[in-house]
Design a protein around this ligand. Sequence first.
Ligand code: NAP
Length: 249
Amino acid sequence: MSALKGKVAVITGGSSGIGLATAKRFVEEGAYVFISGRRQAELDKAVSVIGKNVTAIRADVTNQDDLSRIAVAVKAEKGVVDIVVSSAGITEQGYIDTITPEHFDKVFNLNARAPVFLVNKLLPLMTGGGSIILVSSAMHLMGIAGHTAYAATKASLRSYARTWAAEFKDRGIRVNTLSPGVTDTPMLDSQAAGLGDYETVVGHYKSMVPLGRLAQAEEIANAAVFLGSDQSSYVTGSDLMADGGIGQV
Ligand SMILES: NC(=O)c1ccc[n+]([C@@H]2O[C@H](COP(=O)([O-])OP(=O)(O)OC[C@H]3O[C@@H](n4cnc5c(N)ncnc54)[C@H](OP(=O)(O)O)[C@@H]3O)[C@@H](O)[C@H]2O)c1
């Protein structure tokens, strides 16, 4: 398997869930990956799961200095970046009756603002033929109660992909969103915390999915391999929905 042979990738949120599965698949396909997250213990575990060709950088992507540190570390170690995967994100419910500015800012800072400055900092290192993958969500085109801020942040990523595809016209860099459906990762625990017990929340989501089950993170990672590799060489400004059909029906 060598769809990403020799490629250098930066994957935020690479210590857990979809980001971790993507980092693992990228390395299996021949890439070198830089992963980031805030918790050192999770990063250490991820490095051992990935096994080789990985550097972990402890960083909070909402912090400009931390983003600069990621760029400096990648430049020093590899000189270039071929693939950027922005996967770090949170979900937190907020119904419009009770929504707070703190909740809104927290969700927007991480899910919508951080990817802009991540790309801003890494762009000078990106090669022609590079690929940017913004992990959005099927929720960017759905209306699910309690997700005013979250769904809007995911719609913003869809918009960035269109704008940046136009901006990168002469640079040979592609940019796309990857929109998972409900995926079995630690994020589901925080969904459950906001909406009820885990089984009820998962059961509710499953009933909405045409394929009748949650996604495994590896299934989303496979879609990321496609978007990161030359197999998607004519795909930019688009949205790849790996959602079991939840956003389609
Ligand atoms: N799971 C789903 O059902 C689902 C569905 C659609 C879309 N998505 C999207 O997929 C992406 C990944 O979600 P997941 O399910 O893989 O979640 P996850 O397992 O909870 O992983 C989230 C990752 O983001 C990192 N992170 C969180 N805040 C950060 C910060 N301020 N700075 C740097 N890293 C930070 C976490 O590490 P630390 O906490 O250590 O920082 C962790 O590595 C998210 O953007 C999410 O919105 C998920």
